[in-house]
Design a protein around this ligand. Sequence first.
Ligand SMILES: Nc1ncnc2c1ncn2[C@@H]1O[C@H](COP(=O)(O)OP(=O)(O)OP(=O)(O)O)[C@@H](O)[C@H]1O
Ligand SMILES: [Mg+2]
Length: 261
Amino acid sequence: MAGGGTSLGCASMNLLELKSIGHGFLGRAILDNIRLAVRKGEMVALVGPSGCGKSTLAQIAAGLIASRHGTVERGYRRSAFVFQEPRLLPWVTVAANVGLGLSGISLSRREKIDRIAAACRRVSLDEADCQKFPSQLSGGMRQRTAIARALVGDPDFVYFDEPFTALDAALRRRMQDLVITTVARRGTGGLFITHDIQEAVRICHRIAVLDRRGHGVLDCVTVPHAPGERSDELVFETARRLLRENPFFSVIEECDERKIA
Ligand SMILES: Nc1ncnc2c1ncn2[C@@H]1O[C@H](COP(=O)(O)OP(=O)(O)OP(=O)(O)O)[C@@H](O)[C@H]1O
Ligand SMILES: [Mg+2]
């Protein structure tokens, strides 16, 4: 889903600044005192055990949920959100679903068609796929349609909530490359939620680890070199080292929501 009109509140070069965010559901505290900033041209990974509040935090940052405490400052002009599930309209085609990402942008019919076709090509959906309805797609194709819908409007900030989990290894790598080149060429910023530390190391500039109970950002690690310039060996070794040597990273694999008392 693409969204326009954000409050241009960031005084600095930050595209997004979360200040002491706190939230809860049904009287249960989920997030507390979360502080995080994302600069222009920076992709920041958000990792943490299942149920710690990553999706909730991203939706608060995007303005889809109002937080109970704290403030969000947004310095971007246009944002898009790739949700954990594709959220496509079942009664229109892939092309029409992708076209929803152009709402609010003034373009001729021809320009819209060209932009939609280009966005579909970027996520490896061909012309025949574009005429299909969501029920005729595989899970991975649905998720790629959602990614195309997010990118078609050229947002300067993108929220990704575990966008590649439905994809096979080759497509996953191709979509990771798409994120890397989009950020490098267009200066796009974003938050990228993932459970896969190797994925975070491969495509992000920094990795923020959320506490298992959402009580703050435990650690924020800067990954060496720029995304796209890291060899597979470096990615593998950096992820291995973080999981083995950084106690905050090791909790990601150890616990999930079901184990929290
Ligand atoms: N609308 C809601 N009403 C009540 N509780 C909610 C709601 N949305 C989320 N929660 C609860 O808030 C907590 C955080 O949920 P959230 O989806 O943000 O976690 P997450 O870190 O994204 O997990 P995962 O990695 O499994 O996607 C969970 O305990 C969840 O059950
Ligand atoms: Mg989630």
